[in-house]
Ligand binder design. Structure first.
Ligand code: 6CS
Ligand code: FE
Length: 299
């Protein structure tokens, strides 16, 4: 497609013909208050400032065992080989992610509705919430591949039509996250700046972007400047920890050449007041299994 011209109604123009200046975020990160849920005032303030929160012991050791067995079951289920929900590694062909995993696993469907998750998502987003995207990620030892620096919201805005950064992701670790096995790196505070990307979205971009994202990522100059200003933190911790992070935070991961695999359950909650529209920077919206268009609130 031709590059998108910035539109007057679009607060977060991206996939542009030429580089644009970073845009200061006008929307809040935390929309609710301490009275609305389990995060206390200090936790909410920290989340607003840094753009992420780490909750150790978010699920029990017993649950970790149960979900790990479920991930093993899913990855060895031959009936879903070749299914569009299954994303494989470019080089090895191994399963990398399974999208819309709630449709394949009643156990994970139930987890997504668990009050421990829903009440926190509702509190952060200050409204009822629904599931925008769900998936499980497998990062095998030795040959796990990371993701280059990106903001999720940049893609969700451009390709899915998410109007504002009023979504939050919860990543639940099912294996230990060490500093050396491909753990997620985040730039604290980066969620307050929207970095417009350069270049039009190719047709069917999602066919490759979920293996390796090359479109919608910031320039190395921008990454350099942000990293020097904000620093880089890493999500480490035992299995059972949860990372809650804002949709617009700059994050990425390295490859995993250690023998220690890394897997997680990844659930994205969006505010029902931020339902998807037409994409802001692509000709066609991505399929439903990547970006849900059923906006029914979780109760
Ligand atoms: O496409 C998505 O929805 C997610 N995946 C990638 C590689 N980047 C944006 C977002 O995190
Ligand atoms: Fe991401």
């Amino acid at each position: 497609m031709t590059a998108v011209a910035p539109s007057a109604h679009d607060l977060y123009p991206t996939r542009l013909a030429e580089a644009g200046e970073p845009i200061q975020r006008t929307h809040p990160t935390v929309w609710g208050s301490a009275d609305d849920g389990p995060f206390d005032p200090a936790a909410l303030e920290a989340h607003e400032e840094r753009g992420f929160s780490i909750l150790p012991d978010f699920i029990t050791a017993e649950e970790v065992g149960k979900y790990r067995a479920e991930l093993d079951r899913l990855v060895s289920d031959s009936t879903i080989t070749g299914d569009e929900r299954v994303v494989t590694e470019k080089a090895s062909g191994e399963v990398r992610s399974i999208f819309e995993v709630t449709s394949l696993s009643p156990m994970i469907e139930q987890l997504a509705r668990d009050p421990r998750l829903v009440t926190r998502a509702q509190q952060l987003l200050g409204s009822q919430v629904y599931l925008h995207q769900t998936r499980v990620n497998y990062m095998p030892g030795f040959k796990g591949n990371g993701f280059y620096w990106h903001s999720d919201f940049e893609t969700w805005h451009a390709e899915d039509g998410m109007p504002a950064p009023r979504a939050v992701s919860c990543s639940i670790a099912l294996t230990p996250n060490y500093p050396y096995n491909g753990g997620l790196m985040v730039m604290p505070g980066s969620h307050k700046e929207f970095i417009p990307s350069v270049g039009a979205t190719p047709e069917n971009n999602h066919a490759s972007s979920l293996k390796e994202q090359t479109v919608g990522v910031p320039s190395t100059e921008v990454i350099t400047d942000m990293a020097h200003r904000l620093g880089i933190d890493q999500f480490t911790g035992p299995a059972g920890s949860a990372l809650w992070f804002d949709s617009n935070i700059m994050h990425g991961s390295g490859n995993n050449i250690t023998p220690f695999p890394r897997s997680n359950i990844f659930l994205v909650f969006n505010s029902v007041e931020n339902a998807l529209t037409d994409p802001f920077g692509a000709d066609q919206p991505r399929p439903e299994h990547i970006a849900s268009r059923s906006f029914t609130p979780l109760s």
